[in-house]
Design a protein around this ligand. Structure first.
Ligand SMILES: [Zn+2]
Length: 67
């Protein structure tokens, strides 16, 4: 139960693929994620659309490298 609520540096949503925005792929390396191993980074407001959120997730390797 380790919830990170940080201002971790994330890529701009506009530069990401759909899978990355939906949390289906790692925001940093683009690797497809398994729900069992994905690290949830928490919902973030989308700067491009007010009121819209996106759900970044990361693979364990990337999440660890950035924490
Ligand atoms: Zn990754």
């Amino acid at each position: 139960m380790n919830v990170t609520t940080t201002a971790q540096e994330l890529p701009q949503p506009t530069t990401l693929a759909n899978e990355q925005l939906r949390g289906a792929a790692c925001v940093w390396c683009g690797e497809r994620l398994d729900t069992a191993m994905a690290v949830d980074l928490g919902a973030r407001p989308d700067p491009a659309y007010s009121g819209v959120r996106w759900y970044p997730r990361a693979c364990p390797a990337c999440a660890e490298a950035r924490s």
